[in-house]
Design a protein around this ligand. Structure first.
Ligand SMILES: C[S@@+](CC[C@H](N)C(=O)[O-])C[C@H]1O[C@@H](n2cnc3c(N)ncnc32)[C@H](O)[C@@H]1O
Length: 204
């Protein structure tokens, strides 16, 4: 990864993903998390203020050193202990059946092999463990999908490997999770980023 990906993208993501308008969505996806939690693609820690009191510990999985540094004040202020415990969701350094829940927000678009990451999450979650996800991906409408396919290569270059066209709910199901609830909706603004899927999936 070049200088742009290492130094610039994490700062842009911290600004774009940190807008106040997203706070209600972060609050919704974090609701009900409890116990020992993995946060996949921790970024600059923008979910930290929304962890419910039932969360006892968070293992942050984040490859970007800049993202982790940008998170430092939020981590220091957190009532929940947060440790950077992994660098790559595709290969997690945790034992099987060891976590109660996973949180992933706007990250499955970017992990290079998202199916490998989902399979790892399944492995490390306890049976019945919850995957709380809030992800953008392939839109439900064909006219939007056409634009997503056209702009996907540019998006990948500008946004650190982010894809517009991933069918998030299908990928989660294909990894063996059962969807217990999901809400699919467009955020205000251009629809090309796709529809958000906000939901909970259960590990078998
Ligand atoms: C758009 S940002 C979202 C950050 C954060 N989840 C949020 O909601 O603000 C995508 C994040 O995925 C992380 N990421 C990319 N590849 C990853 C991988 N293989 N494993 C874990 N995280 C990864 C990036 O470093 C970045 O922090």
């Amino acid at each position: 990864m070049g200088l742009y990906g290492q130094q610039v993208v994490p700062r842009i993501m911290n600004l774009l993903c940190g807008v106040k308008a997203l706070a209600p969505l972060r609050s919704r996806v974090c609701a009900g998390l409890s116990g020992e939690v993995i946060e996949l693609g921790f970024g600059s820690g923008l979910n930290v203020p929304f962890y419910p009191s039932g969360v006892t510990r968070v293992a942050a999985v984040e490859p970007s050193d800049v993202g982790w540094k940008l998170a430092s004040q939020r981590v220091a202020a957190s009532a929940v202990p947060v440790t950077r415990s992994g660098l790559d969701g595709q290969s997690l350094p945790f034992p099987d059946n060891s976590y109660d829940a996973v949180l992933s927000t706007w990250t499955m678009c970017t992990v290079p092999d998202v199916s490998a990451a989902l399979s790892e999450l399944r492995r490390v979650l306890k049976p019945g463990g919850e995957l709380h996800f809030l992800e953008h991906g392939l839109a439900p409408d064909e006219n939007v999908r056409r634009w997503q396919r056209r702009l996907d290569p540019l998006q990948q270059r500008l946004a650190g490997g982010c894809h517009f066209t991933r069918p998030i709910v299908d990928l989660v199901k294909a990894a063996g999770f059962t969807i217990s609830e999901v809400d699919v909706f467009y955020e205000p603004g251009p629809k090309v980023a796709g529809a958000d899927s906000l939901g909970i999936a259960i590990s078998p």
